[in-house]
Design a protein around this ligand. Structure first.
Ligand SMILES: Nc1ncnc2c1ncn2[C@@H]1O[C@H](COP(=O)(O)OP(=O)(O)OP(=O)(O)O)[C@@H](O)[C@H]1O
Ligand SMILES: [Mg+2]
Length: 241
């Protein structure tokens, strides 16, 4: 089965991710040439929680960077929430990222000298939201991940799971339809990891789209479907019922 099955979603709905025959070659034509993605097809809809698994070097982060509009493909097409990203200039791409995509990285990427509230509010500065509204929305986002009481704590004063939840609140502050997470539970103990996964499921139930890279089959089992990357090719994983 290919990775475009799209579960039970209405044919008419616009996919949040619509990728066709996407290819990525690093350093084409040189001796260091690497064919990282080979004709990847992928369709993901609103309200879906999808896991991507696969061996090291198989192309998972390459695909995630393309989905996140941090890099451009060598061939094929990508429509993000209905927008053909190849038609956008750098400024329009930056705006698309702000409007549509939240990122959660493994290392959290929180700024150590800012407290939780300031970290969460940071992307709103770029979105030109007035300061009083920024603080209010950041407080709401922290409350949504269960950290209302920790707004004034710096990252060093928070547990690993709490830091990860701050990073998720920050990724969600602009209310993007699409949340991308590269190994978000990799640095966490299993109980804290479960809390993060429960949060992703709630976001899915609130009609967000969540795409998660993981090496852990137990983590992937929480997703609605699992896609497997092998040597730059993406396939839907069959599930026993
Ligand atoms: N910037 C780059 N320049 C050249 N080659 C790259 C670059 N980034 C990745 N690659 C190569 O592309 C292939 C896919 O890499 P990618 O980072 O997507 O793998 P991955 O599946 O995320 O692996 P891991 O599980 O180890 O994170 C690898 O062979 C890698 O060496
Ligand atoms: Mg990777």
């Amino acid at each position: 089965m290919s990775a475009v099955a799209g579960a039970a979603h209405a044919e008419a709905a616009t996919p949040v991710i619509d990728i066709r025959k996407l290819g990525k070659v690093y350093s084409p034509g040189s001796e260091a040439e690497v064919v990282a993605l080979k004709g990847v097809d992928m369709r993901v809809f609103r309200g879906e929680f999808v896991a991507i698994m696969g061996p090291s070097g198989s192309g998972k982060s390459t695909l995630m960077n393309l989905i996140g509009c941090l890099d451009t493909p060598t061939s094929g097409s990508y429509h993000c929430d209905g927008v053909d990203v190849s038609t956008l200039d750098a400024e329009e791409l930056a705006q698309l990222r702000l409007d549509k995509i939240g990122f959660v990285f493994q290392g959290f990427n929180l700024l150590p000298r800012m407290n939780a509230l300031e970290n969460v509010a940071m992307p709103l500065g770029y979105a030109r939201v007035p300061p009083h509204e920024r603080a209010q929305r950041a407080q709401e986002a922290l409350a949504a991940v269960g950290l209302a009481e920790r707004a004034n704590h710096r990252p060093s004063e928070l547990s690993g799971g709490q830091q990860q939840r701050v990073a998720i609140a920050r990724a969600l502050i602009n209310r993007p339809p699409l949340l991308l997470a590269d190994e978000p539970t990799g640095a966490l103990d299993s109980k804290t990891g479960e809390e993060i996964l429960a949060l992703f499921k709630r976001l899915r139930d609130e009609d967000h789209t969540v795409v998660l890279i993981t090496h852990d089959a137990d983590v992937a089992a929480h997703a609605d479907r699992t896609l497997v990357m092998r040597d730059g090719e993406l396939h839907e994983q069959e599930r026993g019922t």
